[in-house]
Design a protein around this ligand. Structure first.
Ligand code: HEC
Ligand code: HEC
Ligand code: HEC
Ligand code: HEC
Ligand code: HEC
Ligand code: HEC
Ligand code: HEC
Ligand code: HEC
Ligand code: HEC
Length: 467
């Protein structure tokens, strides 16, 4: 744009008397033409030699599984790319000049080839490779996924442009694999703001990161990125939402900001000692096996089944105490991307704090799978009412949403205490603690009884076998 204008004005400036301007213009033009030149001649001889054969559109080769590998690398696109100063052989170091092109190389599938080539990025982009290596996508590839993205799925190495250019939102590499989520995002408050206002509104990578992508419902990564832009969020909610931090840690932001979404309670298996979600080891599928056995008819785990499952998990580790940690979230990935304007967000306390409240009608149990993504199993919703499970549901209890009257009363007192007199609060806390201790004692007694039963059964078992 600038250089076109400058050329148009050239004559008038040259015939004018502003020497300095002339000098500057000449300099500018010289620089501009140097730039143009640099874009055409900078390819090394070696690279040019490769392109002599490969810059031909018709070239392709049939590989083992029948797929076609295009051999075409456009010299024009390569010269315009961020890799224009990188030689072909910097990445294709395994090419043998003597036999290349004459002796066919076996390639199993396009995926296999791209996977093999991925290591070539390491030399120059170590940091990105490390970040990516830690991601849910890379973990999926380790677990054998054919669909999770490699570097080259998101960056075509021969044509890659600067990632700082703000393209149309459809151009984000995430869209082609997460199509449904992209469609939802494009219509939500951020997608619309992104198109209207540009990069100040987030796109996929701003909330999930581009390389170190983690499972979205795990940890607090996504929430932290919301708050990194909406710095006043906590303060703004404190104006009307008591105990905001507590709500923020027990409820995912979309559960209130995607007003039309269906909500559910997610009970996460959680290690109360390490304060981490329990995760399944690679190659040792316990979760599906155990939940399957505990819920043969697949109707959702009932109270007893859930309780004995917890016990099984607790027996596995010595120091660990596996508990359940509740979290309120939307029931699908698509719904998490239907965020709406603030006036539509859920503000009515009754949405959650009333008996039979909608979010408590659907319950799932999750563990972190071997690739970091959650594995789920359905739970019958009346489990939330059971005393037994309340004991293990740490830090998650909603007043009014369950039938346990005495807990409701206690919690109302806690709330009143928190709002009015700290002293009352203390008393209630002590009361609550006593109640918990009593519960714990009951639980231990029940466990002991169960153990005694189990021992008795075991003693009988050999006799049964010999019959
Ligand atoms: C920055 C690293 C890099 C550079 C530079 C590079 N390539 Fe590649 N190339 C790759 C990767 C990675 C693949 C496999 C993944 C894919 O298919 O995109 C590949 C694949 C290919 C293929 C197979 C067809 C295809 O597109 O998948 C050909 C042919 C090829 N490169 C030729 C070249 C030529 C010729 C040059 C130099 C002009 C070059 N490459 C420069 C990384 C590079
Ligand atoms: C004389 C022409 C010619 C030149 C020069 C040439 N190639 Fe090739 N290239 C071929 C042909 C033909 C094939 C297909 C070979 C086959 O069928 O297996 C090929 C295949 C490839 C492939 C696909 C994977 C494979 O090995 O089959 C890559 C990558 C590639 N060339 C990169 C390069 C690079 C990088 C250079 C420069 C160092 C280069 N080529 C120079 C002709 C050439
Ligand atoms: C020999 C070094 C080298 C290798 C190998 C290499 N790159 Fe690059 N890459 C560069 C250079 C130089 C740039 C130019 C911009 C810069 O300094 O980051 C670049 C830029 C990029 C960019 C754009 C960065 C931006 O600023 O927006 C991406 C994306 C990229 N490379 C991906 C890859 C991928 C994927 C691979 C492996 C297939 C790869 N590169 C291999 C040297 C390399
Ligand atoms: C799931 C898609 C995806 C994958 C896989 C991916 N990237 Fe990226 N990459 C992006 C996006 C989106 C950006 C731009 C936004 C950003 O940097 O956060 C980016 C940016 C980059 C940049 C420029 C960053 C900068 O700060 O200048 C480089 C270099 C890069 N990627 C290299 C790689 C390499 C190497 C790999 C493989 C180890 C890889 N990427 C894998 C999506 C991806
Ligand atoms: C080549 C295809 C592909 C690309 C490109 C891709 N993904 Fe994925 N991604 C997958 C697949 C397959 C899964 C596993 C299935 C699923 O959860 O949808 C996955 C899973 C995820 C997950 C974990 C899901 C969970 O349960 O929490 C997140 C988050 C994610 N991707 C975000 C991104 C982001 C952000 C980008 C762009 C920077 C991106 N993906 C680009 C294929 C891709
Ligand atoms: C219990 C429901 C609830 C939860 C959980 C919640 N919000 Fe809100 N949020 C609201 C409501 C309701 C409003 C509108 C308040 C008003 O305008 O009076 C709002 C307003 C906002 C606003 C606009 C603030 C302003 O005044 O401009 C932002 C930004 C926001 N929330 C972000 C978040 C983020 C980020 C999270 C997660 C960490 C979150 N919210 C969790 C209900 C919730
Ligand atoms: C404003 C931030 C934000 C943006 C932008 C965003 N996401 Fe998400 N994403 C989230 C939140 C929040 C969740 C739900 C996390 C939770 O359960 O707490 C989520 C969940 C996901 C999941 C997991 C879905 C599942 O099945 O559990 C995937 C995959 C995903 N996002 C991909 C994307 C892709 C692809 C884009 C771009 C089209 C994108 N996200 C844009 C915030 C965002
Ligand atoms: C990259 C910065 C960024 C991130 C990350 C981000 N937002 Fe936003 N958000 C914006 C911008 C910009 C707007 C548009 C504000 C406007 O229209 O002026 C917006 C708008 C909103 C609104 C509508 C506010 C209103 O006034 O009606 C809500 C609600 C909101 N964001 C919630 C979230 C939540 C929840 C997350 C995380 C899941 C999140 N945001 C992540 C930048 C961000
Ligand atoms: C989207 C559902 C939802 C909405 C809306 C909601 N809450 Fe909550 N609330 C919860 C959940 C879940 C907890 C349990 C948090 C925990 O135990 O960690 C909770 C806990 C509480 C607590 C107890 C905090 C403590 O210290 O134990 C109070 C008080 C409370 N909410 C008041 C309110 C009020 C007042 C409103 C309306 C202004 C409201 N909530 C709106 C879901 C909600």
């Amino acid at each position: 744009m600038k250089s076109v204008l400058a050329t148009g004005n050239m004559t008038s400036v040259i015939f004018g008397k502003r020497c300095l301007q002339v000098v500057m213009l000449a300099l500018g033009l010289a620089l501009a033409s140097a730039n143009v030149l640099s874009e055409t001649v900078e390819l090394s001889e070696e690279t040019q030699a490769c392109l002599d054969c490969h810059d031909k559109e018709t070239k392709q080769k049939k590989i083992e599984n029948g797929e076609l590998l295009s051999l075409h690398v456009s010299a024009k696109a390569f010269t315009a790319s961020m890799h224009k100063e990188t030689d072909c052989e910097d990445c294709h170091s395994d090419i043998d000049g003597k036999t290349h092109g004459k002796v066919a190389i076996d390639i199993k599938s396009l995926r296999d080839y791209a996977l093999g080539m991925q290591d070539s990025c390491l030399t120059c982009h170590k940091k990105k490779v490390t970040e990516y290596g830690d991601s849910v996508h890379a973990a999926m590839i380790k677990e054998g996924s054919q669909k999770a993205p490699l570097c080259s799925d998101c960056h075509q190495p021969h044509t890659v442009l600067s990632t700082k250019l703000a393209g149309p939102i459809e151009a984000t590499p995430c869209a082609k694999c997460h199509e449904d989520i992209f469609k939802a995002y494009a219509k939500d408050v951020h997608g619309i703001a992104r198109v209207a206002k540009g990069t100040s509104a987030p796109i996929c990578a701003d909330c999930h990161q581009a390389h170190n992508v983690k499972a979205a419902s795990m940890g607090s990564g996504v929430k932290d990125s919301c708050i990194s832009c909406h710095k006043d969020a906590v303060k703004q909610h404190e104006d009307w939402l008591p105990n905001t931090q507590r709500h923020f840690s027990a409820i995912s932001c979309p559960a209130c900001h995607a007003p039309d979404a269906k909500r559910r309670v997610n009970l996460r298996l959680y290690d109360s000692a390490t304060k981490l979600q329990i995760s399944e080891k690679s190659g040792v599928p316990q979760f599906d096996k155990r939940t399957g056995a505990a819920d043969v008819n697949n109707q959702g785990l009932n109270e007893r089944a859930l309780w004995s499952l917890l016990k099984e998990f607790n027996q596995a580790g010595d120091d660990s105490k596996t508990v359940l940690q509740g979290r309120l979230e939307v029931s699908s990935g698509v719904e998490a991307h239907q965020l709406s304007v603030k006036s539509k967000a859920i503000k009515d306390c009754d949405t959650c704090h009333k008996k039979g409240a909608e979010p408590f009608q659907s319950v799932t149990l999750t563990i972190a799978g071997p690739d970091g993504r959650p594995l789920r199993h359905g739970v019958q919703n009346d489990v939330l009412n059971s005393l037994m499970s309340v004991d293990s549901v740490q830090g998650f209890y909603v007043i009014g949403s369950t039938r346990i009257k005495w807990l409701d009363i206690l919690l109302v007192l806690v709330v009143l205490g928190a709002i009015s007199v700290p002293l009352a609060h203390m008393t209630v806390k002590r009361l609550f603690k006593n109640m918990r201790e009593k519960l714990e004692a009951e639980r231990v007694a029940a466990q002991a009884e169960a153990k005694r039963q189990a021992a008795a059964n075991e003693a009988n078992a050999p006799e049964d076998n010999t019959k």
